[in-house]
Ligand binder design. Structure first.
Ligand code: SF4
Length: 389
């Protein structure tokens, strides 16, 4: 296990993002392949203790944060007292800017007014609601525990309690789903007054209940052409409603982009605590924690770094990654800035590729910046692979 050189410091002047992985859920959804557990309070208490110890391991690393994101799993099922202790423990152990933005993933069934007020008092201002659909039939198919009405109420309450940004996660591309059905769902969610929407295509993973159903021949993903139509429709409907497609899966009203997630996409440093969490020092080193809760916890209890692995990326790999992530965002990527930051040639070796992608309507060029069109964004990873870096 790579323990030399740990903890890496933040090698840039840029404030980092802090991600906290909460690996607990009330039940496991049939499509989910995340490492989650339905363990009770004892395991949650042990997680909390280990998490605080992990934060202390980084206390002298020179890290300063201006975003803190609680994801999972289901962070909103944490007991309010426990969540407050975790947040305050992080604030005492680490250098978190007083004006840092706090993000919380919330399942609708947890969003009582009492809990929403407590989350707000703790400093959370960005609520990412696991709505998945405003339709009871779809929620039933997805094995979700909440109803469409609970989802609507959660968003209404979060808005009433003045969360700065209320976001809804949605899943599309379900078997048999057509454009009119998906349009109706998108419009229903827009009507709820959300500021931000994340749309993810249903992916069936081996090892999940959906995966077993696919193997048994009773479930299959929607065909690629339908998925592409639904994706295009998503852009059209959300653009009409004033949402900007700022990343492949993310749409925001002006002023409501996710400041935290943009750090992952723009090559900014971040630290992740908890099982399976990933970290990046902003220059070349990336590392990630053991995925299994018990193993992550055991390492920390023994005073060891709870690492699964780490890698030092070469400049060309990092430049390619920034290029690929850039092509997934409406802002695109400034190729000159990539050349300056990583010291690799990107513009000259790719003049013909750029010309061809422009001719095919997949990117536009603005000075040294390339930006994907909607069609380009839909195939962003393939576009990036056309470049020689
Ligand atoms: S609530 Fe989210 S993280 Fe938990 S099992 Fe369902 S999909 Fe997975």
């Amino acid at each position: 296990m790579p323990e030399t050189g740990f903890p890496p410091g933040n090698e840039t002047e840029v404030p980092a993002g802090l991600y906290i992985h909460v690996p607990f859920c009330s039940s496991v959804c049939p499509y989910c392949d995340f490492a989650v557990t339905i363990a009770g309070e004892d395991r949650r208490a042990a997680w909390q203790k280990a998490l605080h110890a992990e934060a202390l391991m980084y206390a002298d690393g020179g890290w300063a944060f201006d975003t803190v994101y609680f994801g999972g799993g289901t962070p909103s099922i944490l007991d309010l007292e426990r969540l407050a202790d975790v947040v305050n423990g992080l604030r005492s152990a680490l250098c978190i800017n007083e004006k840092a933005r706090y993000f919380l993933e919330i399942n609708p069934e947890d969003a009582s007014i009492r809990r929403i007020r407590a989350w707000s008092d703790l400093g959370f201002t960005f609520a990412s609601v696991g709505l998945q659909s405003p339709d009871d039939g779809v929620l039933h198919f997805l094995g979700r525990r909440h109803s469409a009405e609970q989802g609507r109420l959660a968003i209404e309450r979060l808005k009433e309690e003045h969360f700065r940004t209320v976001s809804a996660d949605l899943i599309f591309g379900l078997p048999g789903q057509g454009p009119s059905d998906w349009r109706r769902q998108l419009e229903a969610v827009i009507q709820m007054g959300v500021d931000h929407i994340s749309c993810y295509q249903l992916t069936i993973h081996d090892g999940t209940i959906f995966g077993r159903r696919r193997r048994a021949g009773v479930l299959r993903e929607a065909p690629d052409d339908i998925q592409a139509d639904l994706y295009e429709l998503t852009h059209a409907v959300l653009a009409d409603a004033g949402f900007e497609a700022y990343e492949v899966s993310n749409f925001a009203r002006p002023g409501h982009r996710s400041k935290h997630n943009q750090k992952y996409w723009k090559g900014v440093p971040y630290l992740g605590f908890g099982p399976g969490a990933h970290s990046f020092d902003g220059t070349s080193r990336r590392w990630w924690n053991r995925g299994k809760l018990r193993l992550w916890q055991r390492d920390i209890e023994k005073g060891r770094w709870p690492l699964e692995d780490a890698e030092d990326l070469a400049a060309a790999d990092l430049a390619f990654e920034v290029l690929m992530l850039g092509l997934r965002q409406s802002d695109g990527v400034d190729l000159k800035a990539v050349e300056c930051r990583w010291g690799v040639a990107v513009i000259d070796p790719n003049r013909l590729v750029i010309e061809r992608l422009v001719d095919n309507g997949l990117i536009t060029v603005l000075g040294t910046r390339i930006q994907p069109t909607m069609r380009g964004m839909a195939v962003a990873d393939g576009l990036a692979r056309e470049f020689e870096v």
